[in-house]
Design a protein around this ligand. Structure first.
Ligand SMILES: *Cc1c(COP(=O)(O)O)cnc(C)c1O
Length: 399
C-alpha cells in the first residue's frame, strides 16, 4: 500500500518501529488491533460499486488487503524509507512474486550463486520451465557481473550477506552494472535486516524479506514483504499478481510481526554484538579450522561489509571445525543451550549443519562451488548472555 508521508517520516528508526503505521479504531486501543475478518460490509450497494471503481477507499476482501496487514506494511515501509510495501505470506512468497510478476518467456535473469536453498530452486528449476533464461554468476566477482551484463537482461537477483557462507556483495557496484544492462535489481535482504542495510538507498530497485526471521524474531510466525520505490512495478505487476494468485499475509501473522518490529533494532544490535564476540572467541580455538564472519578483519570483504552494513557484521556466524561431518555433528550434539534448528534471526541461538539439511539436495560439486563443506556449521546468534553462549561452544568443542 502507499500512504502520504507526513510527520512520521521524520521520526528516527526506533520511533518508527514502535509507532509507525499505528491506525487506531474509535476505541483508542493502545496496542494494534487484530482484524480477523475475510470481508468488509458496505453502507450501500452504491458504496460497494464506488469502492470497486477505486472512487472511495474501502477494504474489499482480505486477500486484497486487511487493516492489520496494512499497519504492518506501513511500519516496515517507514523503516525502509520506501514509497511502497506489500506484505506476503512468507519470504518465499515475496521472492517468488517479485520475480514471477515481472518476468516472461524469453526474459533473462541473472542471479548470484550463493543463495538461500529455496531461492536457488525457484531460479534454477522453476523459472526455466516457463522459458525464462537463467544464468548464475559468482556474486563477489564484479568482472563476472560485467561479463554477464554485457547483454541485456530484465532482472538480477542477489543475496548479501549470503547464506550460509556470509559472502558480501557490493550492492551499489552491481546495481550500476545492472542498470546499464536495463535490468531491475532485486535484493533478498534477510540476513542484513533493514537495521543494518537499506538496499534501495544503494541503488537496488526491489527488496524482499522473510519476516519469519529477525522481523518476528520470536520464532512464531511466517511472513514476507516486498518493498520498492518503483510505483509501476508495485501497482501494475506485483499487486495484481499476488492478489490473483493468493499468497496474502494472514492478519494474525501481521499482528505478531507488528510486535516483532517494535524490538527489531534492540534485538539485532544485541545479536550483532554477541555474534562479533563469539566470532572472535572461535577464531582463537584449537578445534576450529576457519571462522566466516563479515565483522572479522580476516573476512575477505570485511571493509565492504562495514561500509555497507552500518559498521556491523550481521547476526550469523559460520565456522568450520577441524575434521569433517563427524566432528561437526559431534559439536552440534554436544551443545546444551543452542538448539539444532533450521531457522535464523530468532532470539534463541540456533545451529544448523547446511551440508546435510538446507543444502542437502545440491550435488557435491554444487556444494563445493558454494563453499559448503561437511565441517561447516551455521550459528544464528540469539540475545542470550554471550558468556553463556561462549561457555556452551567451548565445552562442545572440547567434547
Ligand atoms: C528464510 C529465508 C527465505 C525464505 O523465507 P520463508 O519465510 O521461510 O519463506 C528467503 N531468503 C533467505 C535469505 C532466508 O533466510
Amino acid at each position: 500500500m502507499t500512504t502520504k508521508d507526513d510527520k512520521t517520516k521524520n521520526w528516527r528508526p526506533a520511533t518508527k518501529l514502535v509507532r509507525g503505521g499505528l491506525d487506531r479504531s474509535h476505541h483508542g486501543e493502545v496496542s494494534e488491533a487484530l482484524y480477523m475478518t475475510q470481508a468488509y460490509a458496505y453502507d450501500s450497494a452504491e458504496q460497494a460499486e464506488q469502492s470497486f471503481l477505486g472512487e472511495v477507499e474501502h477494504y474489499v476482501y482480505s486477500r486484497y488487503g486487511n487493516p492489520t496487514v496494512t499497519m504492518f506494511e506501513e511500519r516496515l515501509r517507514l523503516l525502509e524509507g520506501s514509497t511502497h510495501c506489500t506484505a506476503l505470506a512468507s519470504g518465499m512468497a515475496a521472492v517468488f512474486c517479485s520475480l514471477a510478476s515481472q518476468l516472461k518467456q524469453g526474459d533473462r535473469l541473472i542471479a548470484s550463486t550463493a543463495l538461500f536453498g529455496a531461492c536457488f530452486h525457484i531460479i534454477a528449476n522453476i523459472l526455466p520451465n516457463w522459458g525464462i533464461r537463467v544464468e548464475f554468476v559468482e556474486g563477489t566477482d564484479l568482472s563476472a557481473w560485467e561479463k554477464a551484463l554485457s547483454t541485456p537482461a530484465q532482472a538480477i537477483f542477489i543475496e548479501t550477506p549470503s547464506n550460509p557462507t556470509l559472502a558480501i556483495l557490493d550492492i551499489k557496484a552491481i546495481s550500476d552494472l545492472a542498470h546499464k544492462a536495463g535490468a531491475k535489481v532485486v535484493v533478498d535482504n534477510v540476513f542484513a535486516t533493514p537495521i543494518l542495510q537499506r538496499p534501495l538507498e544503494l541503488g537496488a530497485d526491489i527488496v524482499t524479506y522473510s519476516a519469519t526471521k529477525h522481523i518476528d524474531g520470536q520464532g512464531r510466525s511466517l511472513g514476507g514483504a516486498v518493498l520498492s520505490n518503483d510505483a509501476s512495478f508495485m501497482d501494475k505487476q506485483l499487486t495484481p499478481f499476488y492478489r490473483n494468485t493468493g499468497p496474502s499475509l494472514s492478519p494474525f501473522n501481521a499482528w505478531i510481526l507488528l510486535k516483532g518490529l517494535e524490538t527489531l533494532d534492540l534485538r539485532v544490535a544485541r545479536q550483532c554484538d554477541n555474534a562479533l564476540d563469539i566470532a572472535q572467541f572461535l577464531e582463537g580455538q584449537d578445534a576450529i579450522e576457519r571462522v566466516l564472519y563479515p565483522g572479522l578483519k580476516s573476512h575477505p570483504q570485511h571493509e565492504l561489509a562495514m561500509a555497507q552494513m552500518n559498521g556491523r557484521g550481521s547476526t550469523v556466524v559460520s565456522f568450520e571445525v577441524k575434521g569433517g561431518k563427524a566432528e561437526a555433528f559431534k559439536t552440534l550434539n554436544a551443545l546444551n543451550i543452542m538448539d539444532i534448528a533450521n531457522n535464523l534471526g530468532d532470539a534463541k541461538s540456533l545451529v544448523t549443519h547446511p551440508a546435510t539439511t538446507t543444502h542437502q539436495r545440491l550435488s557435491d560439486a554444487e556444494r563445493e562451488t558454494m563453499g559448503i563443506h561437511p565441517n561447516l556449521i551455521r550459528l544464528s546468534v540469539g540475545i542470550e548472555d554471550v558468556q553463556d553462549l561462549k561457555d556452551d561452544l567451548a565445552q562442545a568443542l572440547l567434547s
